[in-house]
Design a protein around this ligand. Sequence first.
Ligand code: NAP
Ligand code: G4F
Length: 324
Amino acid sequence: MKRALITGITGQDGSYLAEFLLQQGYEVTGMVRRASTENFERIEHLRERIRLVQGDLLDPFSLIRVLEQARPDEIYNLAAMSFVPTSWSQPTLTGEFTALGVTRLLDAMRIVCPQARFYQASSSEMYGKVREVPQSETTPFYPRSPYAVAKVYGHYITVNYRESYGLFAVSGILFNHESPRRGLEFVTRKISNGVARIRLGLASELRLGNLDACRDWGFAGDYVRAMWLMLQQPAPDDYVVATGESHSVREFCEIAFDHVGLDWRRHVISDPRFIRPAEVDHLIGNAAKARARLGWAPSVDFAGLVRMMVDADLERLRGAAGRP
Ligand code: NAP
Ligand code: G4F
């Protein structure tokens, strides 16, 4: 039985990846931070089948202990401060978690299990003010937020440790991927949750920032499969994972409101509080390498993703209110 360690297992991707690896027959250990109240909502249904150990990307000793306990064949480093706006208000902490945290984990791996395979959760945010459309593995980076700058560091330290120490370390440059488990502050889930609340009479308006921003949005369940595929290859390499389609926040609103019979123009309000100091305008990924070498392809299209998220929020809110 193969053993996997997932940092960030309580997050959106961590929960889908844990499910996927269990289906593949892995023994799964998740690293979690100590908190005064547990934050295990996304992995509640897996609790009996996974092992959770405490550790923190800020604490090198804890990472060594986690690896000694998990003895992993594969390490998936998904933990990070992942919300872009917070990276402007907490830039140093973002650098500690999202940039230096990667080095701490790679060093712990070198000490405890250098033969393990390592996945780093890199991001399309690294392309920022894009130098090329669509973006591929060879497109230069131009990060536009402290988060993206930290991710560029995480990406290159992964490449550097692969080249310096011969580690099997890969970087997956993933474009936005969403699901009903997405955090409520990200725009897709903010919209799906807002639409469901308006439909059920719990709210009347939805305040958003830049409606013209475009993203290449896919389904998180598809993207964790790509992470795993990268670690099954004969040699380590970096891959872009994306749908190859770009849509605006406005289009997301149109489909989401339309799905429940509402006109988005009557409910969406533009609010400058949600406008960012610097924006990423035209992210669209070229996943040709992942398709050719990993045999990876997305299974959920844009409209299907929007409807899946709205339906899930409607069901959740109806359940919470005890309504049919
Ligand atoms: P998420 O839902 O925000 O989850 C982040 C996870 O990191 C949580 O489990 C969080 O734990 C953990 N974490 C944060 N700081 C930590 C620390 N100091 N020590 C240990 N754990 C820590 O993010 P996600 O959407 O699943 O994304 C997973 C990874 O992929 C992240 O690195 C993100 O930056 C990257 N990424 C995401 C996307 C996307 O579209 N989703 C695209 C490209 C890259 P708590 O529950 O304790 O807060
Ligand atoms: O949903 P978002 O907050 O995601 P963002 O910034 O693209 O970051 C996510 O994807 C990255 C991959 O490219 C990950 F690396 C990162 O960890 C995270 O998962 O914002 C998407 C777009 C932005 O352009 C933003 O300006 O939506 C726009 N937007 C418009 N109104 C809004 C809002 N974003 C949020 N969060 N809230 C709004 O009200």
